[in-house]
Ligand binder design. Structure first.
Ligand SMILES: [Fe+2]
Ligand SMILES: [Fe+2]
Length: 175
């Protein structure tokens, strides 16, 4: 058995080998390293541009966390509830990681069921739109600190995986 640790969210995993993606923030396998070699990807100091982008990223992640949580509580379909519960947890982890970079406490979430609609199909379409927006944002976010650039790239990969997930679901449902 070994101890592994994620360079994006700092969470720890104990197992035979590092997971294919982080069970907490969903970062790809290469970010999950043996704990003895672990170092969090974090800039010593933030440039004003990085700080501005991190704040925008935090808003995006919190907003998605809350929307996904709302769907996970509102949907009548067990699979959809599971899918959105998972998405919400990942986005919450992203928000928490961003707060570490900004050296601020994580703001309270504000989940209202009214953030989701009654139709699963529409909620999944909305999720796809949100993930596309996130990928676009992380792709464009300027960061002159290489650590923040790498952090944004890791998040972009994860949100791209979420696009695949939502698209698969829309295909199944014929949307
Ligand atoms: Fe992680
Ligand atoms: Fe995210």
């Amino acid at each position: 058995m070994q101890v592994f640790r994620c360079r994006i969210c700092a969470e720890v995993y104990i197992g035979e080998q590092n997971p294919r993606s982080c069970p907490f923030c969903a970062a790809h396998q290469s970010y999950f390293v043996p704990a003895k070699q672990w170092q969090l990807i974090k800039a010593a100091q933030l440039s004003p541009a990085s700080r501005k982008n991190l704040k925008q990223a935090l808003e995006l992640e919190l907003d998605n966390t809350n929307f996904y949580k709302a769907v996970s509580e509102k949907s009548k379909n067990s699979y959809v509830r599971s899918m959105f519960k998972g998405l919400s947890k990942v986005e919450r982890e992203h928000a928490a990681s961003i707060c570490k970079h900004l050296a601020i406490a994580k703001p309270d979430s504000t989940v209202g069921l009214d953030q989701a609609v009654d139709s699963d199909q529409e909620n999944i379409q909305e999720a796809a739109r949100r993930e596309n927006r996130a990928v676009k944002f992380y792709g464009q976010a300027q960061a002159n600190k290489p650590e923040i650039k790498e952090f944004f790239q890791a998040l972009m990969q994860i949100e791209s995986d979420h696009i695949i997930l939502t698209e698969q679901e829309l295909k199944v449902k014929g949307g």
